[in-house]
Design a protein around this ligand. Structure first.
Ligand code: NAD
Ligand code: DAU
Length: 349
């Protein structure tokens, strides 16, 4: 498999995956297919855009004809599918785009490969999914690959639907596929609507850090570069039809994450540690807020030998450093449509 489409390659995780594949596999041709929504930006890829094995196509994955043309013209033999609407709060405010991109978009891609890959063996459809399809955990237990699906937000329901479609096409039409379900990512180039980059930006602007509810919800955090590495390993080594959970065994309460972040920003800005914690503000909870996620990634570690490369402290430190050094990136990616959403979501806060 050497002619790859990576969908959503201009987004947060996608840009890390594109960079990894373009630089590690010079003999592959990497076609980044992205609609460039508010969350996608080619600024994320300026360092690799002139590589001879990298191609960009501004295409909506729901545009079946455009995808078909690409798949035939470039003899695409693998798709790593990351394009999605990804922010849970936005899915609560307006679910339609999530249904369109995450469900119809995935369906469109599958329809194209159903026809184009009919007589082909050495092909692969890799769906990058989320642990949120499994629902919410109580005090104990972890998500394993066989945990029943129980999505609880429009976002997670749309991702669950797309996982089901991929498996259904694999089963019915023999399309070779793999799926991975990953926990919360953090790192460079994450759009500053998600908890960690939003809080870094608010600290820098001396604005309140909005913590939903009591801040006791638990997420399981993974450094995005480690996710990209896991995707690489799964893409190359997993057997067809397999599912892998990806996570770093790193459960944290939101309030603890934000406190650690405050202290790390203070340290890197050389101001007294503890200063930024004064900005922590408890606000109205997210409707239907899932209590706890925890990923058991034993299968990935045992079968394919993947393990995370950094601790949470190290990953947070890299992340804070990147945001402090890349404020012009933040300015540019938030200058457009994001402002409207920010007003609706946060008002004057
Ligand atoms: P993101 O929002 O940063 O990026 C999504 C990308 O998809 C953007 O570049 C956007 O322009 C593109 N896109 C959106 N709609 C499109 C369409 N109709 N056609 C073509 N391109 C379109 O998302 P992310 O956080 O990088 O997540 C990437 C994938 O990983 C998603 O499928 C998400 O569900 C999954 N995931 C994310 C996390 C996380 O913590 N961020 C964790 C697990 C899984
Ligand atoms: O678990 C994987 C998922 O992680 C991915 O599938 C999603 O694409 C990704 O967005 C992420 O979803 P979350 O909802 O967990 O991420 P978010 O950064 O929005 O929120 C993390 C936690 O912090 C969550 O419990 C809600 C809380 N939160 C979030 C924001 C934006 C706050 O308390 N305040 C905030 O302002």
């Amino acid at each position: 498999m050497k002619n790859l489409i990576i969908t959503g390659g201009a987004g947060f995780i996608g840009s890390h995956v594109v960079r990894r594949f373009v630089t590690h596999y010079p003999h592959y041709k990497i076609h980044n297919v992205d609609k460039l929504t508010y969350a996608g930006n080619l600024l994320n890829l300026t360092d690799i855009e002139s590589y001879p094995n990298y191609y960009f196509h501004k295409i909506d994955i729901c545009d079946t004809e455009a995808i078909r043309k690409l798949v035939y013209e470039f003899e695409i033999d693998a798709i790593i599918h990351l394009a999605a609407e990804s922010h849970v709060d936005r899915s609560i405010l307006g679910p339609r785009a999530f249904i369109e991109t995450n469900i119809i978009g995935t369906f469109s891609l599958l329809e194209v490969v159903r026809e184009a890959w009919k007589d082909k063996k050495n092909v692969r459809f890799y769906h990058v999914s989320t642990d949120e399809v499994y629902g919410s955990l109580g005090e104990t237990g972890m998500f394993v690959e066989t945990t029943p699906y129980d999505p609880r937000s429009p976002y997670s329901a749309s991702k669950a639907a797309s996982d089901h479609l991929v498996r259904a096409y694999g089963h019915t039409y023999n399309i070779p596929y793999v799926i991975s379900n990953c926990s919360n990512n953090y790192g460079s180039h994450q759009f500053p609507e998600k908890l960690i980059p939003l809080c870094i930006q608010n600290i820098l602007k001396n604005k309140p850090l909005p913590i939903y509810g009591k801040g006791e919800n638990i997420r399981d955090w993974l450094w995005v570069n480690d996710h990209a590495h896991a995707i690489d390993i799964i893409f190359h080594q997993a057997e067809n039809g397999q599912t892998y959970n990806i996570g770093a065994h790193n459960e944290q309460r939101n309030i603890e994450v934000v406190k650690m972040l405050c202290d790390e920003v203070d340290r890197q800005r050389n101001i007294p540690v503890g200063t930024s914690q004064n900005l922590i503000t408890f606000v109205k909870d997210r409707p239907g807020h899932d209590a706890r996620y925890a990923i058991d990634a034993t299968k990935l570690q045992k079968d394919l030998g993947w393990k995370p490369s950094v601790t949470f402290e190290q990953g947070l430190s890299h992340t804070v450093k990147w945001y402090l050094e890349n404020q012009s990136w933040v300015e540019q990616v938030t200058s457009g449509e994001y402002q409207k959403y920010y007003e609706i979501q946060y008002g004057d806060r």
